[in-house]
Design a protein around this ligand. Structure first.
Ligand code: SF4
Length: 378
């Protein structure tokens, strides 16, 4: 097994060094090889991936493999994924909003945003998720997005606004839209605003029209899974790449009862996962309840890596709010006593976030929710 680890490490570092010089067809071969490798690890790559993104990801993974002691969990020296709040302004004011954003434009000047995006663009992190406030209405958004794309990042944009398909057409292999679903049409509109579900369908049609397959992000606010019937219709009617099923978490920013998923709920979700899987490339059940039951990955065993303890936050993902402060994930946003100062480099912010992760109490499934509840009881 140690030999397998050293072989893979050499292969990754060699490939990432040479990827920039490859012809488009050779780069395609490397992509297919890496894609098979990632699928084997249970984390499939996107259908089309710009070679610079692949190079960034491979160099981060190969560096992590080199620095991780045999038998430990993978230690990234920079986050693999950064979620970034584009602004604190959102015109929709959804009653379910996770972010500490709203109709107030006080924070988030366009010039500050450009600086923040430029800092993230200079980082080694290959995958960036832009969330809100609503990204598509932020002043200077296209310029900011351009900074990330020009730097070779793969960008996911999570939006409730109407997408201009020409934006998606420009950057094949580097840009994917994530469209959240918070219930069936009626319940989604009640939470996300009138006509929000119509807008979601218009976005699906428009993005498919320019050859893009968006991702759907289903958030379950409660044990009513009727939304999944609407989602089944959507995946039959439109071309959709990945469907993620998550549960609503309690962040303390808006009222909400805690969703507890029973064994029978999890088995219903498993049924829906199989139904939806027939129509999309992959369905990911991103539920903290399933973390402890996850089987050790085959690739992890082969390479002598321990499975990550807990969720993405601080293991391979970091969140940055619109003022530049770092957090383990978006659910911590607004908790100033846990904020990592904005003047630090991304690498130093990541080290502070990893340290925070190491101090999370063991056995807590969602540390963000845990901290929100802790504050309510103080
Ligand atoms: S703390 Fe972890 S489980 Fe909770 S919302 Fe953040 S990433 Fe998800």
């Amino acid at each position: 097994m140690r030999i397998a680890r050293s072989l893979v490490n050499s292969l990754l570092s060699l490939s990432s060094e040479r990827l920039a010089d490859l012809s488009p067809s050779a780069a395609g071969d490397v992509y297919r090889l890496s894609s098979a490798f990632a699928a084997f690890a249970g984390r499939p790559l996107m259908e089309r991936l710009d070679p610079r993104v692949l190079k960034g990801a491979m160099s981060l993974v190969s560096n992590a493999l080199a620095r991780t002691p045999y038998g430990s969990q993978l230690e990234f020296d920079h986050p693999l994924v950064i979620s970034l709040s584009t602004s604190s302004y959102c015109p929709f004011a959804c009653c379910n909003c996770y972010a500490s954003s709203g109709g107030n434009r006080e924070r988030g000047r366009a010039s500050d945003r450009v600086q923040l995006f430029a800092k993230v663009a200079r980082s080694k992190t290959p995958f960036i998720i832009l969330s809100g406030g609503e990204p598509l209405v932020a002043d200077g958004f296209e310029e900011c997005l351009g900074l990330l794309l020009d730097a070779g990042k793969f960008v996911f944009v999570s939006t409730n606004a109407l997408v201009d398909p020409s934006l998606a057409r420009q950057r094949e292999g580097q840009l994917v839209f994530i469209l959240p679903v918070w219930g069936d049409r009626k319940r989604h509109d009640a939470r996300r605003g009138a006509h929000s579900f119509d807008r979601l369908e218009r976005n699906l049609a428009a993005l498919n029209g320019v050859g893009q397959k968006p991702n759907l992000h289903i958030v379950l606010p409660d044990n009513d899974f009727s939304a999944l019937r609407d989602v089944e219709r959507l995946v039959r009617q439109y071309k959709i790449n990945v469907v993620t099923i998550a549960r609503r978490i309690h962040t303390g920013r808006v009222d909400g009862t805690r969703l507890v998923l029973s064994a029978s709920d999890l088995s219903t979700l498993d049924h829906w996962r199989a139904v939806l899987q027939r129509h999309v490339r992959r369905v990911v059940c991103d539920l903290p309840e399933l973390q402890s039951t996850a089987a050790p990955g085959r690739l992890h065993s082969l390479l002598g890596l321990r499975n990550f303890e807990g969720c993405a936050a601080g293991n391979w993902m970091m969140h940055i709010d619109d003022t530049g402060q770092g957090f383990p994930c978006f659910s911590f946003e607004g908790r100033q006593h846990l904020a990592v100062p904005r003047h630090l480099t991304i690498g130093d912010q990541w080290r502070a976030v990893r340290q925070m992760r190491a101090e999370f109490p063991g056995g807590v499934r969602c540390p963000g929710e845990y901290h929100a509840r802790l504050e309510e009881t103080v």
